[in-house]
Design a protein around this ligand. Structure first.
Ligand code: G3H
Ligand code: 13P
Ligand code: ZN
Length: 283
C-alpha cells in the first residue's frame, strides 16, 4: 500500500529502527526493492533523484511505483531524493509522490529555513511529507581536521533551531558519511548524532550509507537514525549481476537474461540492508 514517508518514519522513530530508502531508476531496480521488502516483511521507501526523473520521466516513475505500491502488501512511500527546484517538487506532488526532500543544505541556515518552509506549506496542503538537510556531505577524507568537521558537519544547536522554525518531518544530517564509493573507511561522529537526536526528537536521515561498515550502521540505528539512503550498493549489485552474465555467456543478447540475474543480485543486497537496519518484520 502507498503511504506517506511520515507514516513510515514516525513508527520507526517511536520503535527505534531505521527504514531503507533505495534509489530507483528503472523497473528492475524497483522490482528488486519491492520483492526484498515483501520477503522481509519490511516497510520501504522508494526514492527517485532529479536525475532519475530526467532519465525515466516523472510519469513513468509515478506509474511504475504507484502500481508496485498498490500491489504490495507492505507499506511503500514514494519519495523525491535531493529535490533542489520548486518545479520538480511541485511536479512530484502532482504526480503522486507521498514524500519530498528539499535539499537546501548549500544555503545559509536562515535561507534554508525560509525555503524549506515554502515547500512545507505546499506539501502539507497536499498531505505530502517533507525531509530537509542541514550540514554538508561528500568528499570526506580519512583524517578530517576538527575545524573542518565543524565547518561541514551538522551543528546540534542549528538543527534544533531548524526543526523549531520549520516543523519539518525528518532531518538529514552530516556526521561523516559521503555519497558514492568511499576511498577509506568512513568514521561517523556518533556523539554529534546523539546530541542532535536528543535535541530535535524527530526521525533522522543518514545519506551516503553505501559502504558504511555494518557495525557503524547498527550503532547509528540505536542512536536515532530512522531512514537510511542506499544507492551505490544497489548500483554495484546491478552492474555485478550484468557482468557475471557476460562472463558466463559473452554472446547473450536477450535483455531479460541480462537484467533478470541483475535483479536477483539487487534483491539480495536490499534484503541484507533491511536486516541490518532493523526494519525486517516491521511491516
Ligand atoms: O544522492 C544522490 C543519489 O545517489 C542519486 O544519484 O543524482 O545520480 O541519481 P543521481
Ligand atoms: P549512496 O549512493 O552513497 O548509497 O548514497 C545514497 C544517498 O544518499 C541518496 O540520497
Ligand atoms: Zn543523498
Amino acid at each position: 500500500m502507498l503511504v506517506t514517508g511520515k507514516e513510515i518514519l514516525d513508527k520507526a522513530h517511536k520503535e527505534g529502527y531505521a527504514v531503507g530508502a533505495f534509489n530507483v531508476n528503472n523497473m528492475e531496480i524497483l522490482q528488486a526493492v519491492i520483492a526484498a521488502a515483501e520477503e522481509e516483511r519490511s516497510p520501504v521507501i522508494i526514492q527517485t533523484s532529479e536525475g532519475a526523473i530526467k532519465y525515466a520521466g516523472v510519469d513513468y516513475l509515478s506509474a511504475l511505483v504507484t502500481l508496485a505500491a498498490r500491489k504490495a502488501t507492505v507499506p511503500v512511500a514514494l519519495h523525491l531524493d535531493h529535490g533542489t527546484s520548486y518545479e520538480t517538487i511541485i511536479s512530484c506532488i502532482r504526480n503522486g509522490w507521498t514524500s519530498v526532500m528539499y535539499d537546501g543544505s548549500h544555503h545559509s541556515l536562515d535561507q534554508n529555513i525560509a525555503e524549506t518552509n515554502e515547500i512545507i506549506k505546499v506539501a502539507r496542503a497536499a498531505g505530502v511529507s517533507v525531509e530537509a538537510e542541514l550540514g554538508r556531505l561528500g568528499g570526506i577524507e580519512d583524517n578530517i581536521s576538527v575545524d573542518e568537521k565543524d565547518a561541514r558537519f551538522t551543528h546540534p544547536d542549528e538543527a534544533l533551531k531548524f526543526v523549531q522554525q520549520t516543523g519539518v518531518d525528518s532531518l538529514a544530517v552530516a556526521i561523516g558519511t559521503a555519497h558514492g564509493k568511499y576511498k577509506g573507511v568512513p568514521v561517523l561522529d556518533f556523539d554529534r548524532l546523539q546530541e542532535i537526536k536528543n535535541l530535535v526528537n524527530i526521525p533522522i536521515v543518514l545519506h551516503g550509507a553505501s559502504g558504511v561498515p555494518e557495525e557503524a550502521i547498527r550503532k547509528a540505528c540505536t542512536l536515532g537514525v530512522n531512514k537510511i539512503n542506499i544507492d551505490t550498493d544497489v548500483r554495484q549489485a546491478f552492474t555485478d549481476g550484468i557482468k557475471s552474465v557476460f562472463e558466463k555467456t559473452p554472446d547473450e543478447f536477450d535483455p531479460r537474461k541480462i537484467c533478470g540475474p541483475a535483479r536477483e543480485e539487487m534483491k539480495k543486497v536490499v534484503k541484507g540492508k533491511m536486516k541490518m537496519f532493523g526494519c525486517s518484520g516491521k511491516a
